[in-house]
Design a protein around this ligand. Structure first.
Ligand code: FAD
Ligand code: MG
Length: 354
């Protein structure tokens, strides 16, 4: 899908993405008044969502070139991983379920292997074999509640042990008919990682890639500041819950407030608990900060399903990742390594996070 470009050269740019708001400050100017570095922000549509890339570089042409490389990388990965594109590698793997192994590129293999690692650490709460249940719920289109019988019928296809990877042959085989792997919960974070690598190669000295709620920042803003990020309040649209600064880190937010419908006062959203095949109920939003975007993106979905207690226990055990979990009552839980880094919007009296 060719990205629709809304190009603009911006110096201050409040850009909001799912769950996160990016606020930039003026590019710094040296004594002669010429900016030492330029900050360019561009937005395109890719992977079914708004993708905003900011590149910092010594010249405008270098910043433009770096952001273009970032978008091209995201578009390349979308063509491989999108189950919205029938010619993608992942669509071919799904179409061959129960029949044959499919040869795939290293990227597709890396995303599926990373997904299996997230599944392992989250005890199966993160499960890319969830596709058939995601299709039954289809919260963005159908807005209907599947019956227990319908969900029972796909239960046998939602089996990670039926996903076979052959590293040597570079193939993926789903050994049951009807299986459908869905990387919606991890591939955008992975794409942010890869886009940053492309931008660095193209000469960006710093920047930030935001695929809706999956963000990766590298380097610092021209005046030496880290990238300020706001976490959206899951129940007060447009309001910031809290803020923090990023440098060479990724942050991913999974929430029940973008892709959902309500029926009789109950919210049905797109993050399913593989043990019940129902929308997970313990959280409103989970933000994970990690070095790698793919890891943060997979964990935000997995921790969302685990809930605040088991989820925070996993985060503290992993040690090199951080979490902000808003539980079902709206209580904010912040992991120990993050407590000193978060700040609340001015004037907001906040209940101290747990
Ligand atoms: P997260 O909150 O990180 O995860 C939720 C998503 O993960 C769900 O939407 C579901 O896909 C999956 N999931 C649900 N439960 C689980 C679970 N327990 N374990 C693992 N995964 C789970 N959307 C469109 O509307 N049109 C498009 O053309 C389109 N193209 C896409 C192409 C690609 C390559 C990708 C990765 C996604 C695409 N999407 C598209 C989907 C969309 O961009 C996001 O994936 C979706 O909005 C969820 O993003 P998120 O960060 O909120 O997901
Ligand atoms: Mg995710």
């Amino acid at each position: 899908m060719v990205g629709r470009t809304l190009d603009r050269i911006r110096r201050t740019a409040p850009i909001s993405a799912l769950g996160l708001v990016l606020l930039f400050t003026q590019a710094c100017a040296n004594l002669s008044g010429q900016p030492e570095f330029l900050t360019i922000t561009r937005t395109q549509m890719h992977m079914g969502t708004l993708v905003t890339i900011t590149a910092v570089a010594p010249t405008e042409s270098a910043a433009l070139a770096a952001s273009t490389e970032g978008f091209l990388e995201i578009r390349r990965l979308e063509a491989l991983l999108s189950t919205w594109i029938s010619s993608s590698e992942l669509s071919a793997v799904n179409a061959a379920a129960g029949k044959a192994a499919v040869h795939v590129s290293q990227d597709t293999l890396s995303v599926v292997k990373l997904a299996l690692r997230v599944a392992e650490v989250t005890d199966g709460a993160f499960n890319i074999a969830i596709g058939p249940a995601v299709d039954l719920w289809n919260v963005t289109e159908k807005q209907s509640i599947p019956t227990t019988e319908e969900l029972q019928l796909v239960r046998n296809q939602i089996a990670l042990e039926a996903v076979h990877i052959d590293d040597a042959k570079q193939t993926i085989f789903l050994d049951r008919a009807g299986m459908r792997i869905d990387v919606g919960g991890i591939a955008k974070g992975y794409a942010a990682d890869q886009a940053v690598l492309s931008m660095k190669k193209a000469g960006a000295t710093a920047g930030i890639v935001a695929l809706s709620g999956d963000i990766k920042a590298f380097g610092r803003l021209p005046e030496g500041k880290r990238f300020p990020i706001g976490i959206q309040h899951p129940r007060k649209r447009g309001e910031i819950l809290l803020m923090l600064d990023l440098e060479n880190e990724a942050i991913s937010t999974a929430g029940d407030y973008e892709r959902y419908f309500e029926r009789d006062g109950v919210r049905y959203h797109h993050i399913l608990d593989p043990s019940t095949l129902q929308p997970a109920r313990e959280c409103q939003s989970v933000s994970i900060i990690a070095k790698e975007g793919g890891w943060a993106d997979g964990l935000d979905t997995g921790v969302f399903v685990l809930g605040p207690a088991r989820g925070m226990h996993l985060i503290e055990k992993l040690g090199d990742v951080h979490a902000i979990i808003v539980d079902r009552e709206g209580k904010v839980h912040v992991s120990s390594g993050l407590k000193q880094r978060i700040r609340f919007p001015a004037g907001e009296e906040k209940e101290k996070p747990r």
